[in-house]
Design a protein around this ligand. Structure first.
Ligand code: ADE
Ligand code: ZN
Length: 336
């Protein structure tokens, strides 16, 4: 329930964003700009016509359009410009630190070199005042051998990547399909995360934890179907990167009023708020906070908890994490 002071608090509070697919930040205007400069033809007559197509019924109906949108990305400059635009937008939302997902296989399968992708995204991160790290995601609809080959391709860029994740079509592609790829990533000292329990069952969350040994669960909202799992997640302070607007657009929940964010927090879970694919789901991270707080019984104490959770769940060096958490404490002390 959103009053003006709470709205301003949500907008101004320092926060981390931990679940953002950089290809999902590609706005229709940029899709058209890149298509034009790269000579790629699009099956849409205008920016408006493309936006009209953003009516999704489930995860797969979104992914089909998302991969089509990413097909305009060809040069290092494209990856740079896309990432710079996201970071500028995130900075305006008072995101102090972000951990950005990218999907190399979406690009290498089209003949775009791995180095073009990673160097463009990385350089934009270096040029931004927002602290940013990169998490390389494996596409779970492809084979584990393809994921393993992608991991080998990433080795020359090891220092530019802090972790690996698992995204794309969840149902029918359980975490255990990628056990060897995650084992290899773990041996390389990479952080591990995976999408689990977005559309898939709670058992996918369990196997992400027990087979892949992930350190965060992306989405994870379906954990509530399994009370024993909820207790375990709370006990282990396992972070869930929740994406409210995404969940409504992809019909994980019917309406924001029935979203489980408040229930997750009440259960003692380390939930965070994130944008997932902001160009496709109707908003950046602050839009997600505002939409959730508008529809649910959430107040300033929840805002503070979510800001704290976002930094506690981040893959940051202890001193850096402490500095961000101190900033959160100062912000809420001043607001009291
Ligand atoms: N890729 C981009 N967004 C995704 C999501 N919400 N779930 C799975 N894969 C994705
Ligand atoms: Zn996602």
């Amino acid at each position: 329930m959103l009053n003006e002071p709470l709205r301003r608090m949500l907008q101004a509070m320092p926060k981390a964003e931990l679940h953002i697919h950089i290809e999902g930040s590609l706005e229709p205007e940029l899709i058209f700009e890149f298509a034009q400069r790269n000579g790629v033809s699009l099956p849409y007559a205008s920016v408006e016509a493309l936006r009209q197509a953003y009516a999704f019924t489930d995860l797969q109906s979104f992914l089909d359009i998302y991969y089509a949108g990413a097909s305009v990305l060809l040069t290092e400059q494209d990856f740079y410009d896309m990432t710079a635009a996201y970071l500028a937008r995130a900075g305006a939302d008072n995101v102090r630190h972000t951990e950005i997902f990218f999907d190399p296989q979406t690009h290498t399968a089209r003949g775009v070199p791995f180095e073009t992708v990673v160097n463009g995204i990385w350089r934009a991160c270096q040029d931004s005042p927002v602290s940013a790290s990169l998490i390389m995601c494996f596409l779970r609809h492809l084979s584990e051998d393809d994921a393993l080959a992608t991991l080998e391709q990433a080795l020359p860029y090891r220092e530019k990547i802090i972790g690996v994740g698992l995204d794309s079509s969840e149902l029918g592609h359980p975490p255990e399909k990628f056990a060897r790829a995650f084992e290899r990533a773990r041996a390389l000292g990479l952080h591990l995360v995976a999408h689990a329990g977005e559309e898939g069952p709670p058992s996918y969350i369990e196997s992400a934890l027990d087979v892949l040994h992930v350190e965060r669960i992306d989405h994870g909202v379906r954990c509530l179907d399994d009370p024993a799992l909820v207790q375990r997640l709370a006990r282990e302070r396992m972070a869930l990167t929740v994406c409210p607007l995404s969940n409504i657009k992809l019909r994980v929940f019917d309406v924001m009023g029935s979203h489980s964010l408040r229930t997750l927090l009440d259960a003692g879970l380390a939930a965070t708020v994130n944008s997932d694919d902001p160009a496709y789901f109707g908003g950046y991270v602050n839009d997600n906070y505002l939409a959730a707080f508008e529809a649910l019984p959430l107040d300033a104490s929840h805002a503070r908890q979510l800001a704290v959770n976002s930094f506690e769940a981040a893959f940051l060096a202890p001193a850096q994490k402490r500095a961000f958490l101190d900033e959160v404490e100062r912000f809420f002390a001043a607001a009291a």
